[in-house]
Design a protein around this ligand. Structure first.
Ligand code: CTP
Length: 345
């Protein structure tokens, strides 16, 4: 109907449909409807048709609008596959409730075309919002060496920080990501990744990058203590207990909050198990941050290693935004929306 060519096979007649070309040419790739089968293939890297080959080659944002019957939608394997897609940075437009192809009524209808269009318009409009801006993001844990073999660390995966870096890049910012030891890899135009190991190295990298940054988001789970001395050789065990003396690491957020200039936006995180609101508000003041993003370990599907998160964002003027549980990539979009409000206030 659009009078544009429709590509459906890797080979059309005897010509090779260039999936790499397609994946690099597009500003956005939309898969609507996304079937259960294609979802599963995308989640696991299968490449047996033109759509999947183009998906795997796409360097642009990918948006999917799933559609399937209710039981298939709720099946744990479908939900796990969707989480994988979200972790890849793909955007998921939620299904709607209504009459399904089976005649049943429930979750699984593809979002209405108008909703999809609205989503794309919103997303593409935001893409240039941070053009010319520079951002510093910390992510992942830090490892504090005890000896050449052992370290003190924590469970942070770095997913939230990487999602933030991706969101900032997609809106046009130039991003320095200071990443502690993490198995994640990210390679995006506009993103420089600086891999560090210890809190001291992270501190040094941040202090170097901060003066040129408009935005700093400190999402790393920096170790609060580090061994006073690092043994040069592996510590051999004895029958008795081992006592390690630890000293405080430098607080990066507090340091940046203390030296920030007018116009620089500094954002910190608080991960709490009790007294969440009070502690988050305390951090906002104590570290002179502009925003504190609180995630509670008490919320289902939030915290270490999960692909979803549930946050509340506290601002200096007493603002408090509560969000529902969402894929980390969408949480990143919410956080960056709040940062933009401050930046362009
Ligand atoms: N942070 C940092 N440098 C540190 C420690 C923490 O930049 N050496 C940042 C984190 O990246 C996060 C925020 O500070 O943005 C977390 O604050 P923190 O005081 O570390 O909180 P917790 O240690 O989790 O809590 P508490 O101090 O209450 O034990």
């Amino acid at each position: 109907m659009s009078k544009n060519p429709v590509l459906s096979d890797l080979f059309e007649g005897d010509t090779w449909a260039n999936h790499v070309g397609l994946g690099r040419w597009a500003d956005v790739m939309v898969i609507a409807p996304l079937s259960c089968n294609t979802l599963a293939k995308m989640a696991h890297g299968l490449c047996d048709n033109l759509l999947l080959a183009a998906y795997l080659s796409a360097v642009c944002p990918v948006v999917v609008a799933p559609a399937m019957d209710e039981d298939m939608w709720h099946h744990p394997s479908t939900q796990a596959n969707l989480s994988r897609l979200a972790a890849f940075g793909n955007r998921i437009i939620p299904v709607e409730k209504g009459e399904l192809a089976s005649g049943l009524y429930g979750d699984g209808r593809m979002a209405e075309p108008e909703t999809i269009l609205e989503f794309l318009r919103d997303m593409l409009q935001k893409r240039g919002d941070l053009k010319g801006k520079k951002a510093l993001v910390t992510a992942g844990p830090t490892h504090e060496a005890i000896d050449p073999v052992r370290f003190i660390g924590n469970h942070s995966s770095g997913k939230m920080g990487v999602a933030l870096a991706r969101e900032l890049v997609q809106r046009g910012a130039e991003v320095d990501l200071v990443l502690g030891p993490s198995s994640l890899t990210v390679d995006l135009p506009g993103l420089s990744v600086h891999r560090v190991t210890s809190a001291e190295e992270m501190y040094a990298a941040c202090l170097e990058k901060f003066p040129g940054a408009d935005i700093a988001i400190l999402s790393a789970a920096v170790a609060d203590y580090t061994p006073v001395a690092r043994a040069a050789e592996k510590i051999k065990k004895t029958d008795g207990n081992l006592v390690l003396e630890l000293m405080r690491t430098k607080d990066i957020l507090k340091t940046l909050g203390g030296i920030k200039k007018k116009g620089q936006v500094v954002v910190g995180f608080a991960l709490e198990t009790t007294g969440e609101r009070e502690y988050a508000l305390g951090k906002l003041q104590a570290k002179n941050a502009d925003l504190i993003v609180l995630n509670s370990l008490n919320d289902d599907g939030a915290g270490f290693g999960f692909d979803t998160n549930k946050v509340t964002i506290f601002g200096r003027g007493g603002s408090e935004q509560v969000y529902g549980r969402k894929p980390k990539q969408q949480v990143a979009a919410d956080i960056v929306d709040q940062i933009e409000k401050l930046l362009y206030a």
